[in-house]
Design a protein around this ligand. Structure first.
Ligand code: URA
Length: 235
C-alpha cells in the first residue's frame, strides 16, 4: 500500500495534511526519514513511526452516525446527498459503506464500515439482529392492534413478520411507540403500521443489536465506535 494512504487511513490527518507531515520529515519507515508518499510499504511488516511513535495499521473502521432526514443510506446517489457524503475525507478514504438501509425520511442510528464480514453478520437474516425504532403515529395504538403487530403480519405472499416487541409510550396519548424487529424488509416498520390501519409520521432507529444511538450524537453527527461499543457489535 502507498505510504500516504496508510498514513491517512491511520487517522493522522487528511491526505493534504499527510502530504505536509511527510514534507516536514516527521515520518520514518524502518528508521529512515521518508518524504515521498508514493512509496510502497508493507503495512504489516514495516515499522512506520511519526516523531518516534509507532503508527499501528488499522485496516477497518467503524463509524456510527445519527442520520438526518433527506439523506440516502448509500455510498453514491445522483440526486441526493448520501451518508458517505456527510463524512470527512479520512473516513471516505477507508471506502466505508452503510450497513443496511434507512429510508430517506428515517432518522437515527446507522453504522458505516469497510468491514464486509461484520456488515454481513449484522444484516444476515439468520443472525436475527434486533433493530429498535422510535415511532410517532397518526392514530393511537390500541392494545388489540399492538398484539397484531407483535404476533406477526403477513406483509407479502411468502413473508410473515417475526415476533416484534412493541412498547407504547403512554404519555403521548398512545401515539408514540418503540418497536423492535429482527428483520429488515423494505419499509418494514411503515408497512407493518399501515397493515393495522395506522400511519408512521416519524421514524427513528435508536438501537441496533446492543448498540445504542447516544443522545449526545446530534443529527448529521458521527463518530468512531468506542472499544466497548465494538465489543457489543462483534459479539
Ligand atoms: N422500516 C421502515 O419502514 N423504514 C426504515 O427506514 C427502517 C425500517
Amino acid at each position: 500500500m502507498r505510504l500516504d494512504k496508510f498514513l491517512a487511513n491511520s487517522g493522522i490527518g487528511t491526505r493534504k495534511e499527510v502530504k505536509a507531515i511527510l514534507k516536514s520529515g516527521k515520518i520514518k519507515v524502518n528508521e529512515k526519514i521518508v518524504k515521498d508518499g508514493k512509496m510502497q510499504i508493507d503495512e504489516i511488516k514495516d515499522d512506520i513511526k511519526m516523531e518516534g511513535e509507532k503508527i499501528a495499521y488499522k485496516p477497518f473502521v467503524y463509524v456510527m452516525m445519527n442520520k438526518p432526514s433527506g439523506i440516502i443510506s448509500a455510498t453514491e446517489d445522483g440526486k441526493h446527498k448520501t451518508v458517505v457524503d456527510l463524512l470527512c475525507e479520512k473516513y471516505k478514504n477507508y471506502k466505508v459503506f452503510p450497513v443496511g438501509r434507512l429510508d430517506i425520511d428515517t432518522e437515527g442510528l446507522i453504522l458505516l464500515t469497510n468491514d464486509g464480514i461484520l456488515a454481513h453478520n449484522l444484516l444476515s437474516p439468520k443472525k436475527h439482529v434486533d433493530k429498535k425504532y422510535y415511532v410517532e403515529l397518526k392514530e393511537p395504538l390500541t392494545p388489540e392492534k399492538k398484539k397484531i403487530l407483535e404476533n406477526g403480519i403477513k406483509l407479502e405472499e411468502n413473508f410473515v413478520t417475526k415476533e416484534a416487541k412493541v412498547e407504547i409510550i403512554e404519555k403521548t396519548e398512545l401515539k408514540s411507540v418503540f418497536i423492535t424487529i429482527s428483520e429488515g424488509k423494505f419499509h418494514q416498520v411503515k408497512r407493518m403500521f399501515k397493515f393495522i390501519g395506522n400511519e408512521v409520521l416519524y421514524l427513528k432507529r435508536v438501537k441496533m443489536g446492543k448498540l445504542l444511538l447516544p443522545e449526545k450524537l446530534k443529527l448529521g453527527e458521527y463518530r468512531e465506535l468506542t472499544e466497548e461499543e465494538m465489543k457489543l457489535i462483534l459479539n
